[in-house]
Unconditional design. Structure first.
Length: 319
């Protein structure tokens, strides 16, 4: 009975985490994504030709993401998932979506991002094969700019899932089980997963921020780029700022820029007061803001000592 109780409590904790969303800045790559979750067509099974533009999916089920088709199955004692996968079958399924992009998106850099899709996820845009993500526990992104149409001409994205079981030692789910994002950026922008923020020195009197930011130039000409960053407290008040040195990015290149900022008398993150700041970074070309990226950052001083144990901001804590 004790083991079952522990399992139930763990399940409740996971469900509570699922319904307690992360800060907006952390939800998607700097808060830049447009939700692409609505109005998909779904079919559980294989469908010949479903990757093509002209394929007729009118009879398919209409749904919004995230979606797990595995949990919709009947429990199968003979499932290849076995008890570890909850006796729920996986298999092949398709998702398709038709969408329109306005004319002013033409000339932008446009990508599609899947926060999680299980598994062997293959993606097509307007009949063009984009790629495959073999497993299912990692976010992935594709640049779909070359394959898109604008104005009144519709675009079609097709996604094929194939959960080949036995694939996990636990219930993994099947399908596009997390958010999907469409991101529309200036050709010069902060790259996907391109922002790394550390806090190397923290005290009650000051805290330092060290940023390494990858900037991608997908334009056809070189660009002189500078980063301008500002730290905001949890009420939205600016408390510190800093700029990187400028750097010339050749067409088609990605380069890293460094920014250092000092925050005076920071409010430290603690168990009693998990205080967080927002760090907003702008990509500047000739004083023009062409991209922005938001990060969540906190300051705390954590120390492990073999003799005295663990302390957080100078306070001993048992763990």
């Amino acid at each position: 009975m004790k083991n079952y109780s522990l399992m139930i409590m763990a399940f409740i904790s996971i469900k509570m985490m699922a319904y307690n969303p992360a800060p907006t800045t952390d939800v998607y790559n700097g808060g830049r994504g447009i939700s692409f979750n609505d109005s998909w067509n779904f079919y559980h099974g294989d469908a010949s030709g479903a990757s093509g533009i002209a394929f007729n999916d009118a009879s398919w089920r209409k749904l919004n993401l995230p979606h797990d088709f595995g949990i919709e199955n009947a429990f199968n004692p003979s499932s290849p998932a076995t008890s570890e996968g909850g006796f729920l079958d996986g298999g092949v399924a398709w998702y398709r979506k038709t969408f329109i992009l306005p004319d002013n998106y033409n000339g932008k850099s446009i990508s599609i991002t899947f926060d999680g899709s299980f598994m062997n996820t293959e993606v097509w845009i307007n009949g063009n094969y984009i790629g495959i993500r073999p497993y299912g526990f990692i976010t992935f992104q594709y640049d779909i700019t070359p394959f898109l149409k604008y104005g009144s001409t519709a675009n079609v994205i097709a996604v094929k899932i194939n959960n080949i079981q036995k694939s996990c030692r636990w219930y993994s789910g099947s399908g596009i089980y997390r958010n999907v994002w469409l991101t529309v950026l200036n050709p010069v922008h902060i790259a996907f997963c391109g922002s790394a923020v550390t806090t190397p020195l923290v005290s009650n009197s000051s805290a330092s921020i060290a940023m390494n930011t990858d900037v991608q130039n997908q334009a056809t000409i070189s660009q002189n780029v500078t980063l301008s960053s500002t730290v905001f407290d949890n009420t939205g008040v600016s408390v510190a700022s800093g700029n990187s040195t400028s750097k010339v990015l050749s067409a088609g290149s990605t380069n890293s820029l460094t920014t250092n900022i000092t925050v005076s008398t920071p409010t430290l993150w603690s168990l009693e007061n998990p205080y967080l700041y927002t760090l907003k970074t702008y990509v500047m070309i000739n004083s023009l803001k062409v991209d922005s990226f938001s990060s969540t950052v906190g300051f705390r001083n954590a120390v492990f000592n073999a003799n005295t144990g663990f302390s957080l901001n100078g306070k001993k804590i048992k763990i």
